[in-house]
Design a protein around this ligand. Structure first.
Ligand code: G4P
Length: 536
């Protein structure tokens, strides 16, 4: 098979949701349909129900580099599907944001009882930054949820996307009968059954087919009324609009009852994009470019002391990756070969000889990689678009063992390279502030510094509002910032200037006093690019 054909078969995506909406359940059902697993219960949730750090650390130790929870590859029909897993815990949301840079589309799961929740909004903001195509799966239709029209309104308003239902439910909760596929004129009957895999589907001439009335009596009138309404309100589905991130098709179902999942998967392989071009410091690189290239979007370290390995996850963006072939590590300007790159099929990991654009491979790493690193076949460009976002919680790092300061230095450097947290320094590195998304990360850092590097530290409260990367042309643009807020100015690991604002008020004041400078809430690893909704 030609390289191009191989690339076109690939569909690389992630499932995103607010915790508990049904991401794990849907993942498992997709694997069941594809035949990658045979029994339900094989996919373990990676979320921590209780938010205790000890639970998290225990789970991490047990699963080790449980790569199966990082990327799952499986075949379905003619497609090779790469499903990238994202952490279930909101404290590790930044990891999810970065994973979203490595996919070509997403499936968004919404709980029909709860509607759009906080984490959904954040994740969708990240998808919108890159115009990632989204398919929405409204889950748990077997429960008394919100009215479907109200749900769609909520999706449009809170997530700022245009939706287009492709199917429509008849009833909800205890009166749920199934869904009508608006484009295929077929009805899938709902049976509350966790074992049954195939949906019972009946095809009709149209929504006016008398056969529907025979089945559902007067309920058919409600269904027809709803579908007329939907067709009147929402624009027709257009694949081009979906692929450019402007229109999100919507399905209704119940992952737990295997309902609507096959329809979702069938449509997914039909419409989801194959690997798309990606932006680099040298312009767009298309997947069919014959030279290999890829970037590291995630580094997973094993916190089990018996297996102290790290895996760098690399998304192949163009050409073909080959085992034991030298590739160029652009940042280090070094050529490296990989003798045991891993790929993941279902639950098991195996050594891969070659991988194509769209694939994600795991490279064993002893500290050569940082998030955002690019590998090429000799070219010296770097991939853009791998962001760091302003952390939400800040603490000052203090060494509690003066004899181990080197170890602490090394540990913090490595953990922040992995993307576990962000490091901001001042006074030639003597003052260190660590920024994270959730407090659980501090416990993980402390644990890993002690167990992997023999360093001990404490975290001192450093209440702050936001970290903003400051972009300016001339020193004079930040004159007042340097004079009045020097205490709040830091450098990130790439020597970019960062202003850690104590409050919204002080940020507004700093902006007012330094009108020529720009204050950004996120920064790209390989480029300081301004994006409109990025400005604080
Ligand atoms: P997550 O990964 O998004 O966090 O969600 P997960 O799949 O773990 O699902 C969260 C809960 O919702 C689970 O129940 C799961 O069984 C349930 N669920 C998923 N899909 C459906 C559905 O279609 N209908 C109904 N009624 N429930 C659904 P749990 O009690 O928290 O866990 P478990 O004990 O069932 O594993």
């Amino acid at each position: 098979m030609s390289i191009l054909k191989n690339i076109q078969r690939r569909k690389t995506f992630a499932i995103i949701s607010h915790p508990d909406a049904g991401k794990t359940t849907l993942t498992e059902k997709l694997l069941l349909y594809s035949g990658a697993i045979q029994i339900a219960g094989a996919v373990k949730s990676n979320k921590i129900k209780k938010t205790a750090a000890s639970d998290f650390l225990e789970i991490e130790k047990q699963r080790g580099i449980s790569v199966a929870t990082s990327v799952l590859s499986f075949d379905y029909k003619d497609a090779i599907i790469n499903l990238l897993d994202t952490p279930g815990h909101k404290d590790f949301a930044e990891d999810t944001y970065r994973t979203l840079t490595a996919v070509d589309s997403v499936i968004l799961v919404i709980d029909c009882v709860k509607g759009v929740e906080e984490q959904t909004e954040k994740l969708m903001q990240v998808c919108r930054m890159r115009n990632t195509p989204v398919i929405v799966f409204i889950n748990k239709l077997d429960r008394e949820g919100k009215n479907p029209v109200a749900l769609l309104d909520e999706l449009e308003q809170k997530l700022n996307i245009n939706v287009r239902p492709l199917s429509w439910p008849l009833g909800i909760g205890s009166s749920f009968r199934g869904v009508y596929n608006i484009y295929k004129n077929s009805f899938a009957f709902f049976h509350s059954n966790k074992q049954q895999i195939e949906d019972e589907v009946k095809v009709f001439e149209s929504i006016d087919d008398p056969g529907l009335y025979e089945l559902f009596g007067d309920d058919t009138l409600t269904l027809k009324h709803d579908i007329d309404l939907v067709n009147g309100i929402y624009d027709d589905f257009q694949i081009g609009k979906y692929r450019s991130g402007q229109q999100a098709p919507v399905f209704f179902g119940s992952a737990l009852n295997n309902f609507g999942v096959k329809e979702l998967l069938d449509t997914f392989v039909e419409i989801a994009p194959s690997p798309v071009p990606r932006d680099t410091t040298d312009g767009l690189i298309t997947p069919d470019n014959k030279n290999f290239s890829g970037f590291v979007f995630k580094i997973h370290a094993n916190i089990d002391p018996k297996h102290r390995d790290r895996i760098a996850f690399l998304r192949v963006c163009s050409g073909k990756f080959e085992r034991n072939k030298f590739f160029h590590h652009v940042r280090l300007n070094r050529n490296i070969k990989f003798s045991n790159p891993a790929t993941f099929m279902g639950q098991s990991k195996s050594i891969v000889d070659e991988a194509y654009a769209g694939d994600v491979i795991g490279l064993y790493d002893s500290g050569t990689f940082k998030i955002g690193d690019t590998l090429t076949e000799g070219d010296s460009f770097m991939f853009k678009g791998i962001p760091s976002f302003s952390p939400e919680i800040f603490r000052e790092l203090r060494n509690t063992d003066p004899f181990k300061s080197k170890q602490l230095e090394k540990g913090i450097s490595q953990l922040t390279d992995e993307g576990l947290a962000q490091l901001f320094t001042q006074n030639y590195g003597n003052r260190k502030v660590i920024g994270v998304v959730g407090p659980l990360q501090f416990d993980v850092i402390k644990f890993r510094l002690l167990h992997e590097f023999g360093a001990s530290c404490e975290f001192i409260n450093y209440p702050s509002y936001k970290a903003c990367w400051v972009k300016y042309e001339n020193e004079s643009d930040i004159e007042s910032l340097s004079a009045l807020w020097s205490n709040n100015l830091y450098f990130d690991k790439n020597k970019n200037l960062v202003y850690i604002a104590e409050s919204k008020y002080s940020l507004d004041r700093a902006k007012e006093k330094n009108p020529k400078a720009q204050f950004l809430l996120s920064i790209e690893h390989n480029d300081l690019t301004l994006e409109m909704d990025n400005v604080a």
